[in-house]
Design a protein around this ligand. Sequence first.
Ligand SMILES: [Zn+2]
Length: 369
Amino acid sequence: MKDVLKQKDVFFDVHCHVFNYRDVPDRFLGIRIPQNPFILSSIEGILHRIIRVSDKDRFSNYGYFVDFLKSRSSEQIAEKLFNYYTEKNLIICPLMMDMTQGIEGKILDDFRQQIEKMKDLRDRFPAQVLPFIAMDPNNPQMEENFRKVFSDKESYKFFGVKIYPSLGYLPSHPELMKVYEICEEKRIPVTAHCSGAIVHSSKKRIVNIRGFHLMPDGSFSEQVTTRSFKKKADYAQFFNRPENWIPVLERFPKLKLNLAHFGGVDEWKKLSRGNSDNWVNRIIDLMHRYEFLYSDFSYTFYSRRYSKILKKMLTENSLIGSRVLYGSDYYMVVTEGHFRALKTGFSSIMGDVLMKKIAKENPLAFLFA
Ligand SMILES: [Zn+2]
């Protein structure tokens, strides 16, 4: 890795996923998805045939997604991603997901097995893969997993931590606070999902939620609470909102944190319509307050419209310009279109100068400072 970084041209995709059907509960998207590559193949075929004349419609894109999901291994998924990029010295941050606690349903490979597979992938591509381990405080093995993958005595050599609150926990859960303390001290980067909740806990009612949550008057309460959720927006509003990170950053102001997706398309829509009460502005506010607060534009980057707004922001505001990171959210984002087309479309809107900033300089600071 060190040798690669010495090269002049490095290009980071700080947000991607390489899990396959073996790593997710069969109900992780709310409907039961068969965990069998042959059945997945025939579903893919059906999706492609719904609108026969087109291979760019919604259903074809879902088929394209299923094609990734049914892959034999994460190695195969990573290799496809390497092929999509023409940039020299690509470095990727595959983010793990621990859905074993938050989502009911059958899973073929438990989280421990997934960690071993991620280690194998890193060993296969040591100069290109910086793995992020998922931390779920509802998983009794969380702390043990954390210590193992970051231990100097072990050979896991993981690189960062991934948080996904809508799986049913607050960012400031006391067990996570212990993790951040070490992350801040050892300069381990943390990436947290900060957008809608397509993936969320399968529980309608979640009991004993620990950590700080936002009250209607804008203050925080540390009272253990029980909540009911009806729709996915309810999970997002309670768990994923950027303000939930304030109590964390107050305690660990030098924590390297990436609030992923920059709020997500729904919040960019509010921004573009002149509604200033949106997560994009909240995240920008946090950038002003905390030195190591970053935001990747992954997934959201499929939108040409919002990419143009981002470009204007990056050009006009040097602080935002130094905190935005390039990430794709491969292969979740293929539900919006073909990966190569999305990636090329975004790069040409941004232009070489800004791409160098968000895909090289800013990631270097987030990952290695
Ligand atoms: Zn993602």
